[in-house]
Design a protein around this ligand. Structure first.
Ligand code: GDG
Length: 449
């Protein structure tokens, strides 16, 4: 029976050759199983998007687009998804903009997705819905299809006290409970979801929730990376040569790296402040370290993201103003998007990766760094989902600037033996979390259910 994946975005990019697979966790994890089983990926066609009806070439995969007007896209995506759910689930309560019109558009677009799925659905198909853009969809589909229906939530499910800020909280939870199996990256998020469901009066027993006559299972299935691909990148001579040229550019003993979408959840500003504190508190490192921060442009239509860009630019300017010397550039800030090969060269060049989100569902960059590096040290936020799995990283509190500065000093001084030992242990953990096995694990549990 075929598989129907439903997500906000399509897993392809439009190039001169037509649609080609996109890089990124979800596409990597789901395209191979979709290809093997045959099936359809249903995604929104953003208003004004070019090539809206194009199909991937030479593939068993069909792409079905849900066409949205500008108003629907702005309300559903820019509004309810990114101005309400995203800040709420990451505990940025002052950034939430609760507006009824946003929810109306979100509901309307979730209904449009439901119609698209029902149109292509055949008895016995499996449907797998992704993420916070489509919380209502499983509920809308349950009324109309009978086969296995899965839902995975990629960002943190907040504590029930926080979720209850939403006037539509119960409807959203009931929407998720349309699925037969609901997946999260960590136990913390799964437990938060179970408590939220119980709060709204759905009976909970262990990891099962009852809604009407049905029972819904809640499970933890952490998503990893394409380990095969990142192993190749860790060995590639071209990537190695690029990594060496980056080290020459840094011109110092030790290189520190940060890589994120430019998003307020990623803790970029706090990380830069911690680096400033580190240069003040450990002056012997001045002239001997450099920090490269990559920030990929993201959600530039949303005011909070433009404001963050301004704040980050300001701190970057201040650090350079205080510490730059003729023979030393302490910080380079790259506000751009790279290819996966280029990104891997940065990973391989860096002695330390400073991955310190203030809150993050999982954080795949941390996994990619570990898998590509040969001797590096991972300094990781204890508020990222990945911290639950990557026990050999140096875990830090991303709000504690002094703590981060101290961890950075420790990472830079760590002896080679310890670095190698930690990295090997981390690589073994990441191998178990491989992206394709994530899809297999989730779908076998769903279909066995
Ligand atoms: C959400 C959740 C959860 C970044 N810059 C470039 C680039 N990237 C790639 C990285 C990585 C991906 O984007 C980012 O994934 P993360 O997991 O780190 O973060 P989110 O985008 O916030 O993802 C997160 C994830 O969903 C999966 O469930 O882990 O918690 O927030 O793969 O490599 N890739 C390229 N150029 C760039 O400039 N090619």
């Amino acid at each position: 029976m075929s598989l129907i994946i439903v997500a906000n975005r399509a897993p392809f990019r439009l190039t001169a050759e037509g649609l080609v697979p996109a890089v990124g966790g979800l596409a990597t994890a789901l395209l191979p199983v979709l290809e093997a089983r045959g099936g359809t990926w249903v995604a929104a066609a953003e208003w004004g998007e070019k090539g809206r009806t194009a199909q991937p070439r030479q593939s068993a995969i069909r792409l079905e687009r849900v066409f949205l007007s500008e108003r629907e896209w702005q309300g559903y995506y820019g509004g309810f998804s990114n101005r309400v759910l995203w800040p709420l689930c990451h505990y940025f309560l002052d950034k939430i903009e609760l507006r009824r019109e946003y929810f109306q558009d979100y509901l309307r677009v979730n209904r449009r997705f439901a119609e698209a799925v029902v149109r292509i659905y055949r008895q016995g198909d499996t449907v797998f819905v992704q993420d916070y853009h489509l919380l209502l969809l499983p509920g809308l589909l349950r009324e109309r299809i009978r086969g296995p229906l899965g839902f995975f939530f990629h960002i943190p499910w907040p504590s029930s006290g926080v979720f209850r800020i939403l006037p539509w909280g119960r409807a959203l939870v009931a929407g998720v409970l349309g699925a037969d199996l609901v997946g999260f990256h960590t136990w913390e998020y799964a437990e938060n979801f179970l408590r939220t469901a119980a709060h709204y009066g759905f009976p909970v027993e262990g990891n099962r929730v009852r809604i009407g006559e049905r029972t819904v299972r809640v499970e933890v299935h952490p998503l990893g990376i394409d380990t095969h691909r990142f192993h190749e990148l860790s060995q590639s001579p071209e990537v190695g040569a690029h990594a060496r040229s980056l080290r020459r550019l840094a011109g110092v003993d030790r290189l520190i790296l940060g890589v994120d979408r430019l998003d307020y959840t990623k803790g970029i500003r706090e990380r830069l402040l911690a680096y400033e504190r580190f240069l003040q508190a450990y002056p012997h490192w001045r002239g001997r370290v450099a920090f490269f921060q990559i920030a990929t442009p993201s959600r530039t239509q949303v005011a909070a993201y433009r404001e963050l860009k301004r704040q980050v630019d300001e701190v970057v300017g201040r650090i350079l103003g205080s510490f730059l010397r003729e023979d030393w550039v302490p910080l380079r800030y790259f506000y751009q998007t790279y290819t996966q090969e280029e990104l891997s060269a940065f990973y391989r060049a860096a002695d330390v990766a400073l991955i310190t989100p203030l809150r993050d569902g999982m954080n795949l960059v941390a996994l990619e760094y570990v898998y590509t590096s040969s001797e590096g040290v991972l300094v990781l936020s204890n508020l990222a989902g990945a911290a639950e799995y990557l026990k050999e990283a140096l875990l830090v509190n991303p709000y504690d600037l002094d703590g981060m500065a101290a961890a950075l000093d420790r990472a830079l001084r760590m002896p080679q033996g310890e670095r190698r030992e930690r990295l090997l242990a981390l690589k073994a953990r990441i191998q178990v979390l491989d992206a394709q096995s994530w899809a297999d694990r989730f779908l076998s549990s769903l279909e066995a259910g």
